[in-house]
Ligand binder design. Structure first.
Ligand SMILES: NC(=O)c1ccc[n+]([C@@H]2O[C@H](COP(=O)([O-])OP(=O)(O)OC[C@H]3O[C@@H](n4cnc5c(N)ncnc54)[C@H](O)[C@@H]3O)[C@@H](O)[C@H]2O)c1
Ligand SMILES: CC(C)C[C@H](N)C(=O)O
Length: 364
C-alpha cells in the first residue's frame, strides 16, 4: 500500500503506528479530520489477516467517525484505532496501559472509546494513563458501555426508515433479519421483540445465536443465509462491507437499517440499493447513539441530556430521506452532504486569526 497516496484520498490528517514489544501491542491510530474538534472514535481489536487489512480498516472507520460526529452535531472530529490481535486471547493490562500512553502522547488530538473487541474494563485500563478516553466505568462518573445506547438509536432510526418504506413507523408484525447478535444487536432485538417484530438471527458465535433464540423466540439461520431471508428489514450488526455485489442480489427486504459501520463495500452499492427501491438508513447516522452518549462525558456525563440528543436520530434519518428526494440523490449521498456541509461551514468560519500560546504574538 502506498500510504501517503491512500491518505491523500479523503485527506487524512495522521496515521500513528504504536508498538510495544513487551505487551504485544500493535495499534494503528488514524485521525481523519479535526476541523470540528478533537477526533473521537473507538478502538477495535481484531485478528486481522494482514497489516494492510488493519490499516485499511482504521482508515475507513476513522473517516466514518468524522461523518458520524459531524452529522450528530457533535463538536468532534473523526478518528479510530485498530489493535491487531485476538480479543479473546491476546489482551493484557500492560497492552492497554501502553496504548493509553500513546494516546496521551497525542495530547488530546484523539480520544478513544469502545468498539468491536474492546470493553469498559479495557477503557478503564487506558484511563490509568490518560484522560483522553470515554466509555469508562460509571464508577468514575462516566457513561459506561455505549452499546445499549447505540442499540436504542438504531431502533428509532429503523422506525424512521420503516416510515419511509412502509408509510408507518410501527415495527409490529415486521420481520427483521439481524446479522450478528453482539453487544448492540442483542438489546436492539430486545426493543424489536417488545414491539412485536419477528426476528431472524445469525452469528458466527453459536452461543450468541442461542441466547437470542431463547430470549426472543428468534429463528436462527446460517451466516450465509441471512441475506436471502423473506423479511421486511435487514439489520447488519456485525462487520462492514456486507452490502456488496454478492449480497445485494440476494436481498428481498425493503429496508436496510442496522448498527454496523461501513456497511456499503463501495459507494456504488448505495446506488444499487436505491435502484432496487430498498430504503437504506445511512450507517453513520443510525449508529451514532453510542458516540453521542460517550461524547457527553466530555461535558460531565448527564444521561438525560445524552438521551435527548440520541432521540434526534429519528429526525436525522427522516431529514436524510427529504434531502434525498429534494436533490434526487441516494440516501447515502444525502447523509454525506449533511455531514460535509457542516464541516465546511465550520472550516470556513475558522479562518479568522485567533491569538493563542503558540503563534507569532505569543511573547507579546
Ligand atoms: N458498540 C457500539 O456502541 C457501536 C457503535 C456504533 C457502531 N457499532 C458497530 O456495530 C457493529 C457491532 O458492534 P458490537 O459492539 O455489537 O460488536 P460485537 O463484537 O459485540 O458484536 C458483533 C457480533 O457479530 C458477530 N459476527 C462477526 N462476523 C459475523 C458474520 N460474518 N456473520 C454473522 N455474525 C458475525 C460476532 O460474533 C458478534 O457476536 C460493529 O460494526 C460496530 O463497529 C458499534
Ligand atoms: C462509542 C464510539 C465512540 C465508537 C463506536 N464504536 C462507533 O463506531 O460509533
Amino acid at each position: 500500500m502506498e500510504i501517503f497516496n491512500r491518505m491523500e484520498q479523503h485527506d487524512y490528517e495522521q496515521l500513528v503506528f504504536c508498538q510495544d514489544k513487551s505487551s504485544g501491542l500493535k495499534a494503528i491510530i488514524c485521525i481523519h479530520d479535526t476541523t470540528l474538534g478533537p477526533a473521537l472514535g473507538g478502538t477495535r481489536m481484531w485478528n486481522y489477516a494482514t497489516e494492510e487489512e488493519a490499516i485499511e480498516d482504521a482508515i475507513r472507520l476513522a473517516r466514518g467517525m468524522t461523518y458520524k460526529n459531524a452529522a450528530a452535531g457533535l463538536n468532534l472530529g473523526g478518528g479510530k484505532t485498530v489493535i491487531i490481535g485476538d480479543p479473546l486471547k491476546d489482551k493484557n493490562e500492560e497492552m492497554f496501559r501502553a496504548f493509553g500512553r500513546f494516546i496521551q502522547g497525542l495530547n488530546g488530538r484523539y480520544i478513544t472509546a469502545e468498539d468491536v473487541g474492546t470493553t469498559v474494563a479495557d477503557m478503564d485500563l487506558i484511563h490509568e494513563e490518560t484522560d483522553f478516553v470515554t466509555g469508562i466505568s460509571p464508577a468514575f462518573g462516566s457513561s459506561g458501555n455505549p452499546s445499549p445506547v447505540t442499540a436504542y438509536g438504531a431502533y428509532i432510526g429503523m422506525k424512521a426508515a420503516a416510515l419511509e418504506a412502509f408509510g408507518d413507523d410501527s415495527l409490529e408484525g415486521k420481520t427483521v433479519a439481524v446479522q450478528g447478535v453482539g453487544n448492540v444487536a442483542y438489546p436492539l432485538c430486545e426493543y424489536l421483540h417488545k414491539e412485536g417484530a419477528k426476528l431472524i438471527v445469525t452469528d458466527i458465535n453459536q452461543d450468541a445465536v442461542n441466547r437470542a433464540v431463547e430470549a426472543f423466540g428468534a429463528t436462527a439461520v446460517a451466516p450465509n443465509d441471512i441475506y436471502s431471508q423473506e423479511a421486511d428489514i435487514f439489520a447488519p450488526c456485525a462487520m462492514g462491507a456486507i452490502i456488496n455485489d454478492d449480497t445485494i442480489p440476494q436481498l428481498k427486504v425493503k429496508v436496510v437499517a442496522g448498527s454496523a459501520n461501513n456497511q456499503l463495500k463501495e459507494e456504488r452499492h448505495g446506488d444499487e440499493l436505491e435502484a432496487r427501491g430498498i430504503v437504506y438508513a445511512p450507517d453513520f447516522v443510525i449508529n451514532s447513539g453510542g458516540v453521542i452518549n460517550v461524547a457527553d462525558e466530555l461535558y460531565g456525563y448527564n444521561n438525560e441530556r445524552a438521551m435527548k440528543r440520541v432521540e434526534t436520530i429519528y429526525d436525522s434519518i427522516t431529514k436524510i430521506y427529504a434531502i434525498s428526494k429534494r436533490d434526487n440523490v441516494p440516501s447515502y449521498i444525502a447523509a454525506d452532504r449533511m455531514a460535509e456541509e457542516r464541516i465546511e461551514r465550520v472550516r470556513n468560519s475558522r479562518t479568522q486569526f485567533l491569538r493563542n500560546e503558540h503563534n507569532i504574538l505569543s511573547r507579546r
